[in-house]
Design a protein around this ligand. Structure first.
Ligand code: HEM
Length: 545
């Protein structure tokens, strides 16, 4: 047939027939792609749910449901330690995979493209969402000044200042409660407001005042709602389409309230940053040096190798990152620790006894050997970070050209690989009875033959990754551990705590409530995974000592 005849034939096809042809083509294309993905694809032999093997869209369902961590745990229980989690995606639950993917400086991976969507509303990438390895290393070098040993030490005062406010509020509630002195408090909410206030002081040199006034309390909910929105978007196979329009008026209409909340959160961070810059400019050099919050380090940062400082949009992305990374994660951990301690009276008693023997007064509670020597209390924190990791799902990394070997498999370039903290933290290989809160699992038994042996504890540590590991692991880990230890130690020192005998109708207990899939354990603190976590409760009773 000649070209002219072909053109004439095409012109004679009606619009309806064109649509049918296009649909038939799309169906045929998807069918043959699916057949390829389950037969000849290099990952074809790796087990996993059928739908995940043929389409990446299943991720969107789990991301929207907030149950991605539960799904990954289920998939590993069913298919084993390596699961094909998408057409080009693998999930692992072994300590060896954890170390291969995340630990080595020169591991042949970079962050997956989904990270590009996370901070897209700022028009830039934060240190966290920067994909390029060299660029990330330069950004991290600069930001790490804000997390040096001396920065962590001087941040203790901010933690203590905000604890005074938190404890005053609880003491006032206790007085109001009458004779018994037991104050009833939603520690999920209080810990949220407290950790945002601490983060405000650490990042911008002033608390957000969430504990004491309603005005800024909107911010934690904006952050969660916005994170829910970007988390769902970034798991879409076509996420890149949205990166430039994530903060556009069009997206605010299509994406509804969560899209608008996302923009509002970044506007809030922008306002904090601008005000902080104005303050910095009005201070003389001596006062600037005295005021060493994270923004101070960011503003004066110069990469020693290139001499380059941060652009405003980079500063904005990092300021937004710091509020998010350092507040919600800490409050999830503290709320989970309180949830489990009040449900495990023996553990609560042991941790309280230990802290009260170590410190005679709140002023003595400082970072250092005495605090670190409270081994049982520190084990309670490690156990809370294990059982309810604040960043619960996998942190996807894309394998670069040349591929890499993980657990004896050669993984081709372009494959996304990851280890989900919640899934590996609930693997019986590392943690016997993984759904039980057992701080003992972190302390080797004194007698030979008793559980846990030194080897059991070593295994537990090998798979423990709440902060992730390696060069892209949490930069604020030491800051977070300082805040967690001081807060829990002072709480146990200054208050008795217990579970209420009965809960009111609208009081969030924090545990599983119904037969909903994956959430049927009443004694499990429930996380809703939107990269960072939503949760409610626990409501507990506290009495000043
Ligand atoms: C319990 C508390 C915390 C947990 C569980 C936690 C967890 C994590 C995890 C898992 C990552 C890696 C994310 C990824 O690979 O996508 C991360 C990164 C990060 N975290 Fe944390 N975090 C906590 C507290 C903090 C605090 C208090 C700060 C700051 C004050 C902070 C600052 C950061 C930063 C800047 C990064 C990005 C590091 C980089 O990409 O180089 N985090 N965190």
């Amino acid at each position: 047939m000649k070209l002219n005849d072909l053109v004439a034939k095409a012109a004679s096809i009606s619009a309806g027939e064109w649509v049918l042809l296009l649909v038939a083509y799309a169906v045929l294309y998807q069918l043959s792609l699916s057949v390829y993905r389950v037969t000849l694809h290099p990952l074809a032999k790796i087990p996993g749910p059928f739908l995940n093997k043929i389409s990446g869209w299943t991720h969107v369902f789990w991301a929207i449901s907030g149950k991605r961590h539960l799904y990954l745990t289920w998939a590993h229980a069913k298919y084993g330690p390596i699961v094909r989690n998408g057409p080009n995606e693998l999930s692992f639950t072994t300590d060896t995979a954890l170390r291969s993917i995340y630990l080595p400086k020169n591991a042949n991976v970079q962050k997956a493209k989904m990270y590009l969507t996370m901070d897209a509303a700022t028009g830039s990438q934060s240190t966290h969402s920067t994909i390029d390895r060299m660029e990330h290393a330069a950004r991290r070098r600069v930001l790490s000044h804000a997390f040096s040993e001396s920065a962590v030490r001087s941040a203790e005062q901010f933690v203590n200042q905000n604890l005074e406010t938190l404890f005053r509020i609880i003491r006032e509630k206790s007085k109001e409660s009458g004779d018994s002195g037991w104050a009833r408090a939603d520690m999920g909410k209080l810990m949220n407001w407290y950790s945002f206030d601490v983060m405000g002081t650490l990042a911008f040199g002033r608390k957000f005042d969430c504990l004491e006034s309603d005005e800024h309390r909107i911010v934690p909910s904006l952050l969660l709602s916005g994170s829910r929105f970007t988390h769902s978007l970034c798991h879409m196979p076509i996420a890149w389409v949205f990166n430039r329009i994530v903060a556009s008026p069009l997206m605010k209409v299509i994406g509804g309230k969560p899209a608008r909340d996302n923009v509002k959160y970044y506007e809030y961070a922008d306002k904090q940053l601008r005000e902080r810059i104005e303050e910095e400019n009005s201070l003389d050099e001596k006062s600037q040096i005295a005021r060493k919050d994270s923004t101070h380090y960011l503003l004066h940062a110069k990469d020693p190798e290139t001499g380059r400082g941060f652009s405003y949009s980079e500063l904005h992305a990092d300021a937004s990152l710091l509020i998010a990374a350092g507040s919600d994660t800490v409050s999830t951990t503290l709320a989970a620790a309180i949830f489990y301690l009040t449900r495990n009276p023996r553990a609560l008693e042991e941790a309280t006894r230990e802290v009260r023997a170590a410190f005679a007064s709140p002023e003595e509670v400082r970072g250092g050997p005495v605090l670190n020597g409270c081994k049982y209390m520190v084990a309670c924190i490690d156990e809370a970070l294990r059982i309810a990791p604040a960043v619960p799902s996998d942190l996807p990394r894309e394998v670069l050209p040349g591929g890499m070997d993980i657990d004896g498999y050669h993984i081709p370039a372009g494959t996304t690989v990851g280890v989900g903290a919640f899934a590996i933290h609930h693997s019986e290989k590392y943690y016997p009875e993984p759904y039980k809160f057992m701080p003992e699992r972190w302390i080797p038994a004194e007698k030979e033959g008793e559980w846990p042996s030194a080897e059991d504890v070593r295994m537990a540590h090998a798979a423990h990754c709440p902060f992730s590991i390696g060069i892209r692991g949490c930069l604020g880990k030491n800051m977070a551990m300082m805040e967690l230890k001081i807060t829990l130690a002072r709480l146990l020192l200054e208050f008795d705590m217990r579970l209420p005998a009965k809960f009111g109708e609208n009081e969030p207990e924090g545990g599983g409530k119904d037969e909903e899939w994956g959430r049927d354990r009443k004694d499990e603190y429930q996380l809703t995974d939107w990269f960072i976590c939503d949760r409610s409760g626990p409501v507990v009773e506290l009495k000043p000592v």
